[in-house]
Design a protein around this ligand. Structure first.
Ligand SMILES: [Zn+2]
Ligand SMILES: [Zn+2]
Length: 408
C-alpha cells in the first residue's frame, strides 16, 4: 500500500516536472529558431529594467504571442504523456493529469493577463513583479533576480522558468559573457589559468597581483595586455573604487609557509590566507546595493580542500579553514552569490608535486560555475566529494542556529 502511494505521488510530481521541462526547452528553442523568436521577442519587449511594463498594450500582446502559445505546447505534451501512460502504465494514467491541470492553471492566468486583468499580474506572475530584490539569485528554483538576468544580463542564458535544472545541464545557469571579473593571486599558476578560461568565456578580466609588473594573456599565440592592478595585503581598502566596477571577484591569493611554526609564520599565514580575503569580501559586499548588483555580482573564494583534509602544512590548513568558516558564516546573509572553490593539489610554484594541472582545474571551475554550483569541488580524492558537503551543511546549520543577522 505504502509503496503504491509513493509511486502515485512520484508520477504526479513527475508529470509537473515534465511540463516544466517542456516549457524550458520551448523557451530555449524560441531563442534559436527565428519563427518562434518572432513570437517570443514580445516577452522581451514588455519590461523595463525595473520590471515595470513599457505599455499596457505591449504587455497584453506579449501574453497572446508568447505565454499562451507556450502554455498550449505544454498542454499538448502533458496530454502526450497521458497518452503514453494510457498505453504503457494504465494504472497511473489519471494521476499524470496533474501535469495537465497544472498547465491549465498557467494557461488561464496567461489568458487573464492577456485580457488586461490587473489582479492576474500581481497574483500569477511572480518572477516579473517589480520591487527591491531581497535575496540573491536562488540555486534550484527561479526567483526574481534569477529571471531578471535573462532579460537584462544575457538573453542567451537563464532560460528556466520554475526549476533551474535545464540551465544547470546546459551550462546557462550563469553567464560570464561581458562580466568584469577580477582575480587575486593573478600571477600565480591557477590565477593565470583562471584569467585565460574566463577570457575564453567572454569575460573582461582584471589581474590583481602583488607583483609590480603588467600581465599579458597568451591567446592563440597572441599576447593580449591585461588590465593589471598592483595591490598589497593589508591595503585592501585602496581597491574599493575598483571593486565598484567588478561583477565577479575571485579571491585566489594565498601563501604556504609549509613546515614553519614561528610566531611570524602564524601571523603571516592568517594575515594573507584568512584576513586579507575576508576584508576584500566585506569591502565587495558593500558595493552590492541595487537590484542589478544583487543579480549580477558574485564572490568566489578559493578556500581549498584543506578545509576538510590535510595539506601537509599545518599553518596553511589552519588559516584556510578559518577563511572557509568565515565564508560559511558570512554567506548566511551575503547580499550576492558567494561560491567556494574547494580544490585538490594541482601543480604550481607553491606545490611542485601536485597531480592535476592548473589549466585543467581552472577549466573545471568555470564549467561548474556556469552550472551555478555554489561549492565548486575539483579534486581527485573522492573522500572530499562526500566530506566537504557534509561539513559545510553541519557548520552552516550550526552557525545559523547560534548567530544572528543583527544585534536587534
Ligand atoms: Zn521573462
Ligand atoms: Zn527569452
Amino acid at each position: 500500500m505504502m509503496t503504491s502511494a509513493i509511486v502515485t505521488v512520484a508520477w504526479g510530481l513527475g508529470s509537473v516536472l515534465w511540463v516544466e521541462l517542456v516549457r524550458d526547452f520551448y523557451h530555449l528553442l524560441s531563442h534559436y529558431w527565428p519563427p518562434l523568436y518572432r513570437l517570443h521577442v514580445w516577452h522581451h519587449r514588455v519590461f523595463r529594467p525595473d520590471l515595470t511594463a513599457v505599455s499596457d498594450e505591449i504587455y497584453r500582446q506579449a501574453h497572446w504571442y508568447n505565454d499562451v502559445p507556450e502554455c498550449l505546447v505544454m498542454l499538448a505534451f502533458s496530454l502526450l504523456l497521458w497518452g503514453v501512460t494510457h498505453i504503457w502504465a494504465p494504472a497511473e494514467q489519471w494521476v499524470v493529469l496533474a501535469g495537465t491541470l497544472y498547465t491549465l492553471g498557467f494557461l488561464f492566468s496567461a489568458i487573464a493577463r492577456g485580457s488586461g486583468l490587473k489582479w492576474a499580474h500581481e497574483l500569477t506572475d511572480y518572477t516579473h513583479s517589480p520591487g527591491a530584490f531581497l535575496t540573491p539569485p536562488s540555486n534550484w528554483t527561479v526567483n526574481r533576480p534569477y529571471h531578471w538576468r535573462h532579460h537584462f544580463d544575457n538573453q542567451k542564458a537563464y532560460y528556466c522558468g520554475t526549476f533551474t535544472l535545464v540551465d544547470k545541464l546546459m551550462g546557462t545557469a550563469l553567464s560570464l559573457k561581458g562580466k568584469t571579473i577580477a582575480v587575486t593571486g593573478a600571477s600565480g599558476t591557477l590565477g593565470r589559468s583562471l584569467l585565460h578560461h574566463l577570457h575564453n568565456r567572454g569575460a573582461k578580466v582584471i589581474a590583481l597581483t602583488s607583483k609590480d609588473q603588467a600581465m599579458n594573456l597568451l591567446v592563440q599565440e597572441k599576447n593580449i595586455p591585461l588590465k593589471t592592478i598592483t595591490w598589497q595585503v593589508g591595503k585592501e581598502s585602496e581597491l574599493v573604487s575598483e571593486l565598484e566596477q567588478v561583477d565577479i571577484l575571485i579571491l585566489n591569493h594565498g601563501i604556504n609557509v609549509h613546515g614553519e611554526r614561528t610566531a611570524e609564520a602564524i601571523a603571516l599565514s592568517y594575515e594573507v590566507n584568512t584576513f586579507s580575503s575576508w576584508r576584500l569580501m566585506e569591502l565587495f559586499f558593500k558595493t552590492v546595493r541595487t537590484n542589478e548588483e544583487i543579480a549580477r555580482k558574485e564572490v568566489w573564494v578559493n578556500t581549498s580542500e584543506a578545509e576538510v583534509s590535510p595539506a601537509v602544512s599545518p599553518l596553511y590548513e589552519l588559516s584556510k579553514r578559518a577563511l572557509g568558516d568565515l565564508v560559511t558564516l558570512r554567506r548566511l546573509d551575503a547580499p550576492c552569490v558567494v561560491r567556494k572553490l574547494i580544490l585538490g593539489p594541482f601543480k604550481s610554484n607553491l606545490n611542485p608535486i601536485g597531480v592535476m594541472s592548473a589549466d585543467w582545474v581552472a577549466k573545471q571551475i568555470v564549467n561548474l560555475a556556469v552550472r551555478d554550483v555554489r561549492n565548486i569541488i575539483v579534486t581527485i580524492n573522492p573522500f572530499i566529494l562526500v566530506a566537504f558537503p557534509m561539513k559545510e551543511f553541519f557548520v552552516s546549520t550550526y552557525f545559523k542556529l547560534f548567530s544572528r543577522q543583527t544585534d536587534a
